[in-house]
Write a protein that binds this ligand. Structure first.
Ligand code: SAH
Ligand code: SF4
Length: 346
């Protein structure tokens, strides 16, 4: 039988294991600190424990959730993308973007994705499986350790890698809660951003839970007809239903919501779409993050041009909707969502 992954446990689970082995309660806290404050990844690193207990840990748990198989650095050295192999030989990726002061990490929640958005490399590979909470946590701890060695730390985590986090809601939230644990990694909830394609019931659940985590919605089109050609989920949840749930979210939490928009030339970067979007977002506490499309093999759409992106932004801004055009980072290492892993899976 496969040993349970240690990152799948929360502090209570770990305490219960230790108790069942007849260990004093403080041992669980020592292990927790070792994992989440010292970033230890092998039982032998736990020098604060007696040798017999280190051995027991080794026998009972797996510490290796992911092994890096390919590491790509962008030409400017600031973006690192890692392709990891999971225990069952599946592959996922996580990307680190270093800025002057911030270090933003982009993590995955599933192998592949069931949502089938046509422009997305992950969508093009189909759904393989959900990640466990521990596999999500382990991506953050891998980079936390790496950055620690550079004298830096992760400052923001965006859940925008492979997969749809609201399709794997429980494991994603369990991972966030575990990383948030004050006696462990203590990563502030406000430093997470979860991005969803717009699963309305889950947006509502997220709103009810009143989490401090930031929410982003991948909208990409302001009306159903156009959105349907790119995001099949539109059959299930219309643009207006998504926006109504966003409105309720903002009301319930008082938090600003972000809309993501991949600008595709002559498709959704038109003045008409910008005006339609501005009309629909009027009065909502929100922000639009537009990013030129990252071209993928399975989709013929092109990235917008600088001029068209500027014009799109101007229309929104003039209507009082804040909009920023984000720069593409790591384009030379296929840092777009799922681009490396979809290649690895062939
Ligand atoms: N499934 C979630 C989170 C992962 S995708 C979601 O869809 O929101 C993260 C973001 O990358 C989404 O906004 C998605 O629409 C966008 N994206 C996917 N493929 C892209 C591409 N080829 N170019 C630009 N953005 C892309
Ligand atoms: Fe899935 Fe998000 Fe890609 Fe759509 S854009 S296929 S929801 S990962």
């Amino acid at each position: 039988m496969m040993r349970p992954l240690i990152y799948d446990l929360d502090q209570t689970d770990l305490s219960q294991h230790l108790e069942s082995w007849g260990q004093p309660a403080y041992r669980a806290r020592q292990i927790w600190r070792g994992l989440y404050q010292n970033f230890w990844v092998r039982p032998e690193e736990f020098t604060n424990l007696p040798a017999a207990l280190r051995l027991k840990l080794e026998e009972e748990f797996s510490f290796e959730a992911l092994s890096p198989i390919t590491i790509l650095e962008s030409s400017d050295g600031r973006t690192t993308k890692t392709l990891f192999r999971l225990k069952d030989e599946q592959a996922i990726e996580a990307v680190l973007m270093r800025y002057d002061r911030r270090c933003t990490l982009c993590i995955s929640t599933q192998v592949g994705c069931a949502m089938g958005c046509v422009f997305c490399a992950t969508g093009q590979m189909g759904f393989h499986r959900h990640l466990t909470s521990g596999e999500i946590v382990a991506q953050v701890m891998y980079y936390a350790r790496k950055l620690h060695a550079e004298g830096r730390s992760v400052t923001n985590v965006v859940v925008m890698g492979m997969g749809e986090p609201f399709h794997n809601y429980d494991n994603t939230m369990a991972a966030i809660d575990r990383l948030n644990d004050a006696e462990g990694y203590n990563f502030g909830a406000r430093r997470f951003t979860v991005s969803t394609v717009g699963l309305v019931p889950m947006i509502r659940r997220f709103a009810e839970e009143k989490r401090q985590v930031n929410l982003a919605i991948s909208l990409h089109a302001a009306e159903d007809a156009l959105r349907l050609t790119m995001l099949p989920i539109t059959k299930k949840y219309t643009v207006d239903e998504i926006l109504a749930s966003c409105d309720d979210y903002v009301r319930a939490t008082g938090r600003r919501i972000t809309f993501e928009w991949a600008l595709i030339r002559e498709v959704n970067d038109t003045p008409e779409q910008a005006r339609l979007l501005a009309g629909k977002l009027k009065g909502l506490l929100c922000h639009v993050n537009a990013i030129p499309l990252n071209p993928t093999q399975g989709f013929s759409g092109q990235a917008t041009t600088r001029e068209r992106a500027e014009a799109f932004k101007e229309i929104l801004n003039a209507a009082g909707i804040p909009c920023t055009i984000r720069l593409r980072r790591g384009i030379d290492i296929q840092a777009g969502c799922g681009q490396l892993a979809s290649r690895a899976q062939g």
